[in-house]
Design a protein. Structure first.
Length: 99
């Protein structure tokens, strides 16, 4: 899931929370290629991640800035924000047991 790129725009400051909930509660559980056990996203550098924590996501760690290595892509603009380190958040879906 890369909703951070899709839903984050200054003209629509509240849409990110809506998109995260839509994915978490509706789209993720309906993924039919394999069972979804968790959703993963990240808070941009310099952000606290409260948007995720308030909705039941858990901080899983940090992601260092992209260092390159390919000739087809450019460094992320997020590298220039704050310290460039993004916080990774995970929402684990409850286990479904059948009897």
């Amino acid at each position: 899931m890369d909703l951070a790129r899709i839903a984050r725009h200054p003209a629509h400051p509240g849409i990110m929370r809506v998109m995260l909930r839509l994915w978490r509660d509706y789209l993720g559980p309906r993924w039919d290629y394999w069972p979804v056990k968790a959703a993963v996203s990240y808070a941009l550098p310099g952000k606290t991640g409260n948007l995720y924590r308030f909705d039941g996501w858990q901080k899983a760690g940090a992601c260092k800035p992209w260092a390159g290595g390919g000739t087809w892509s450019k460094p992320s603009k997020a590298n220039a924000m704050a310290d460039g380190i993004k916080s990774v958040f995970v929402y684990e879906y409850p286990s479904i047991t059948t009897s």
